[in-house]
Each structure stands twice: as structure tokens, then as C-alpha cells.
Design a binder for this molecule. Structure first.
Ligand code: ATP
Length: 278
């Protein structure tokens, strides 16, 4: 093999298998007798967009909150850039969170702040930027999500749900974070606006070269925004793979979930109080 060929192969491998940005091993979380995460393992590769899918109450939000340091796992490991974050104190976790941008399910904007102030908030608070510099960046990010200057001075209550989501996205990318988290990004949106938000998410993640983790039960959206999909069931990852492989895998959990079938290994809960056992 020539050195050129070998270099090319190495580049290909590096593209296919970028380093792991977030490494989760043996993650456990229970609330009283209710086991939600049960020895969960997952790798999220740098610069890739991974969507965690799964039915209601399977623990997607609990997993996200553990990674964000908002919930303390009972045991297990979460490494971000090789740094263990389980057990970190508040101050140290705050420093880790500076790498993060987050779009919450209902955008979670501050009602009393204007649109540009919402976008600029993290730049000024966590990153100590001056008001005028933060304003300039906020306007750039708002323009990226299709919101012009005339929206800057409005308040969240004056905007539609879809526009608030765009503002939430502008805020999430304002600090040019390494890692972006999206919590059910299309919930509450009509299909057209859902599609628009998905496209903006893809553009934003690619534009920043960020690693993205999304939790969702909207399969159309999950397919649009992901490179990889992981399915959470019964406290563990029941399947993880490249998005195009969703349709060819013979994994029975994926087959049942994406086709919305009643028959299969997934046990549907009617009470919401007992843990699935299938
Ligand atoms: N703070 C808490 N205290 C007690 N139980 C909790 C707490 N947070 C989550 N749970 C329970 O953990 C389980 C998983 O919840 P979670 O919100 O992670 O599910 P989910 O997969 O995100 O569901 P959905 O798609 O409906 O949002 C649920 O049974 C929920 O009631």
C-alpha cells in the first residue's frame, strides 16, 4: 500500500469513526423502586448528530438530565471529552455546561426579556460578554434562524410557537457550543414548521461542526436530523446504528417502534406506574 493510499484510508476511518465526545457506561437511575436507567451504555461521536428515540416514559428526559448534570445518576459513568462528570460539584459542572447549547421542548424563553436579550443572555451571564458585543452576536444568530431585526425588541408572548422555537435555537447556538442538546424539538409544531425547525437544526449543527444529542419520539424528525439513532427501552439502549440502517435492521424493537405495531417485544404500559418487562 502506498503512503498516499494509507493516508486516504486513515482519513476515511477518521471520518467514519470520529472520536467519542460523550461516553456513557453502566448508567443507573431509579426513583424509589422504579428503575428508569438500568446499566445504559452509549457513545456519541464528535461532530455527529444522534437522536435517542423511545416511547413515553422510557427515560429519555432522565438520560438527558443526567448528561446535563441536572439529575444525579445512582451509579455509572458519563465522560465528556474524557472528563468524568458524574459526581462533579456545581461550579465544575457549570464550567462543563459552557460547552453546551440547549433547545428545550417549549423553548423556555424568559417572558420578561426581549427576543434579542433572550438570545444574548448566556453570552453576557456565563461568558461575560459586553452588552453591545452580545447584541451583535444575537442579531447574527437570529438572522441565521430567519428572524430579522424587527423581531429583536419583541417579547416571547408576541411570537408564535414556531418562532419561539427559532429564538430558542438562536439562543442555543449563540455561544457556538461544542455540544447541542435538543429536547423534542418538533413537539407542538405543525408538520411544515417542524420541517423548518429540523432544517435549521441540521444547518446549525453542521455550521458549528457541533456534536448533537436529541431526544424525540417523532420518527420523521429523528430521521431528518440524525446521523445515528439509538433506541431506549427498558432502561437500556435496545439498538443503535446509522440512520439509514433503521429500515434494514432486523432488530425487533426497532421494527415494532418505527412501524407502530402492537405485537412485538415492547410492552405498552397503560398505568404509567409499572416498568415494562418485555
Ligand atoms: N424527578 C422524578 N421523580 C420521580 N420519577 C421521575 C422523575 N423524573 C422522571 N421520573 C419517571 O421516570 C420515568 C421516565 O421519565 P422520562 O420523563 O425520562 O420519560 P421520557 O422517555 O422522556 O417520556 P416522554 O417521551 O413522555 O417525555 C417516568 O416514569 C417518570 O415518571
Amino acid at each position: 500500500m502506498t503512503s498516499q493510499t494509507s493516508q486516504k484510508n486513515n482519513q476515511q476511518n477518521a471520518q467514519e469513526n470520529p472520536p467519542v465526545k460523550i461516553r456513557i457506561r453502566g448508567l443507573n437511575k431509579a426513583f424509589g423502586p422504579k428503575v428508569v436507567l438500568d446499566g445504559l451504555d452509549l457513545d456519541i461521536h464528535e461532530g455527529k448528530s444522534l437522536v435517542v428515540i423511545g416511547g413515553s416514559g422510557t427515560g429519555k428526559s432522565v438520560l438527558l438530565k443526567c448528561i446535563l448534570g441536572l439529575l444525579k445518576p445512582d451509579s455509572g459513568s458519563i465522560e465528556i471529552d474524557g472528563q468524568e462528570i458524574v459526581g462533579l460539584g456545581n461550579d465544575a459542572m457549570e464550567v462543563v455546561r459552557q460547552k453546551f447549547g440547549m433547545l428545550f421542548q417549549y423553548a423556555a424563553l424568559f417572558d420578561s426579556l426581549t427576543i434579542w436579550e433572550n438570545v444574548a443572555f448566556g453570552l453576557m451571564q456565563a461568558h461575560g460578554m459586553s452588552k453591545s458585543d452580545a447584541y451583535t452576536i444575537a442579531m447574527e444568530k437570529l438572522a441565521l434562524v430567519g428572524l430579522g431585526e424587527r423581531f429583536a425588541g419583541k417579547f416571547p408572548a408576541e411570537l408564535s410557537t414556531g418562532m419561539r422555537k427559532r429564538v430558542g435555537l438562536a439562543r442555543a447556538i449563540a455561544t457556538s457550543p461544542d455540544v447541542l442538546f435538543f429536547d423534542e424539538p418538533t413537539t407542538g409544531l405543525d408538520p411544515v414548521m417542524g420541517d423548518v425547525i429540523d432544517q435549521l437544526i441540521v444547518q446549525s449543527v453542521q455550521g458549528l461542526g457541533a456534536t448533537a444529542l436529541t431526544i424525540s419520539h417523532d420518527m420523521d424528525s429523528a430521521r431528518r436530523i440524525s446521523d445515528r439513532i439509538a433506541m431506549l427501552y427498558d432502561g437500556k439502549i435496545a439498538w443503535v446504528g446509522n440512520t439509514p440502517d433503521l429500515d434494514t435492521t432486523d432488530n425487533p424493537y426497532i421494527h415494532q417502534f418505527i412501524n407502530g405495531l402492537l405485537e412485538g417485544p415492547i410492552q405498552f404500559r397503560l398505568t404509567g406506574t409499572d416498568r415494562a418487562t418485555g
